[in-house]
Design a protein around this ligand. Structure first.
Ligand code: FES
Ligand code: FE
Length: 380
């Protein structure tokens, strides 16, 4: 690229958003190495309740054992590799049985039974059980990590929150793990996952595409995202009563939210696939599932106090604000995806000063892709 004026920084080249090889490398070195926010813990509400989730190139089976503890396994039979469960969700009563030759595993993954197993006395039932995947619960979500040696959860996931908000107490105030699911919307976005992250990180687009959001958060009209400043939450406009589509009153405030956090919106990006949005009466969590270079499924949860959900309160005006923001954002990302394969974008585009922090995300990604890991070699 020709010499850029000082106020502009380069983006990643278009290839990063379209190329299968880059995507495969991201799966190996990003999604299969880092903690991945897979399912809402409350969606697994009983022993044997399970979800299957795509993490990098793997299908992961996430469930609870008989004591209700979380367990995650590669969704692959130890015999000849058949998928154990192909449904997105369901409930196993006592065990997971492979539909091919009926190898049967208990809810801790141990091999319980198989045809003629007694004739194979040398088979260790634990050794030949389902392959476990590291699992953690935080903010009411189940996070899994496929790395042989998972990175510290504190130094990665929680560190991102500290970097954004200043400390963990700031998010603890919302007691997210105790909130209840009020609404879930799934978006199938024809765009690369990085375009969705980049878009979430900046607010240069807010004045153009988010008329409703900028009504509620007037400072967004200036183009500086809340994420630009550490610990900063964008303040509601003076006439705004709540974080709703028309600025009308929202719901009961989450008790731990202090006066300094009231009437403010905080946005956090937890790399590589989570956004957390905090407002006084609810929390919005986005989980991204990158499916291919140009397709990302985004599952978005609106979480409220259990008393609000159980009262049957009308959540529509509350949900509609961010649903509309999501659609506006994802439309923009899809519009960008169309340009990524253009010759014009072969060397990338540019970031204006209010987007310069996105260059940090690009540096981080390049760093990760350059890093070889032990499990890469095994997989080759
Ligand atoms: Fe699962 Fe044979 S492949 S039992
Ligand atoms: Fe936006």
């Amino acid at each position: 690229m020709s010499q850029l004026p000082e106020s502009l920084l380069p983006t990643l080249p278009g290839l990063y958003y379209t190329d299968e090889t880059v995507f495969a490398l991201e799966q190996q070195r990003v999604f299969e190495q880092m903690w991945f926010c897979a399912v809402r813990a409350g969606d697994l509400n009983a022993p044997g309740a399970f979800r299957t989730v795509q993490v990098g190139r793997e299908s992961v089976l996430i469930s609870r054992n008989r004591r209700g503890e979380l367990r995650a396994f590669l969704n692959v039979c130890r015999h000849r590799g058949a998928r154990i469960r192909t449904e997105e969700s369901g409930r196993a009563l006592r065990s997971f049985q492979c539909p091919y030759h009926a190898w049967t595993y208990d809810l801790d993954g141990k091999l319980l039974a198989a045809p003629n197993l007694t004739k194979m006395p040398d088979i260790d039932r634990v050794e030949w059980g389902l392959r476990s995947v590291a699992v953690r619960e935080w903010l009411g979500y189940v996070w899994v990590c496929l790395a042989d040696d998972p990175p510290s959860f504190t130094d990665t996931v929680q560190h991102e929150v500290v970097e954004r908000l200043g400390d963990l107490a700031a998010i603890d105030a919302y007691a997210v793990e105790g909130l209840e699911l009020g609404r879930r919307i799934r978006y199938d976005v024809a765009a690369n996952w990085k375009l969705i992250i980049e878009n979430f990180m900046e607010c240069y687009h807010c004045a153009t595409i988010h008329p409703e959001l900028t009504e509620v958060l007037p400072e967004f009209a200036d183009g500086y995202a809340a994420q630009y400043f550490v610990g900063h939450g964008a303040e509601f406009g003076p006439d705004v009563q709540g974080f709703t589509i028309d600025g009308s009153a929202g719901h009961e405030r989450i008790p731990g939210v202090g006066d300094d956090q009231d009437r403010r919106y905080y946005a956090i990006t937890i790399k590589p696939q989570v956004f957390v949005n905090l407002v006084p009466d609810h929390v919005i969590v986005h989980r991204m599932f990158p499916m291919s270079p140009d397709r990302t499924v985004v599952e978005c949860d609106w979480l409220y106090l259990p008393s609000v959900v159980e009262s049957g309160a009308d959540l529509d005006r509350s949900v509609e604000l961010f649903d509309r923001v999501n659609q506006q954002d994802f439309d923009a990302c899809e519009r960008c995806q169309l340009g990524m394969s253009s010759r014009l974008y072969a060397e990338g585009g540019v970031l204006v000063p209010s987007e310069h922090h996105i260059a940090g995300f690009h540096d981080w990604l390049r760093g990760r892709l350059a890093e070889e890991s032990a499990s890469d070699e095994v997989r080759q």
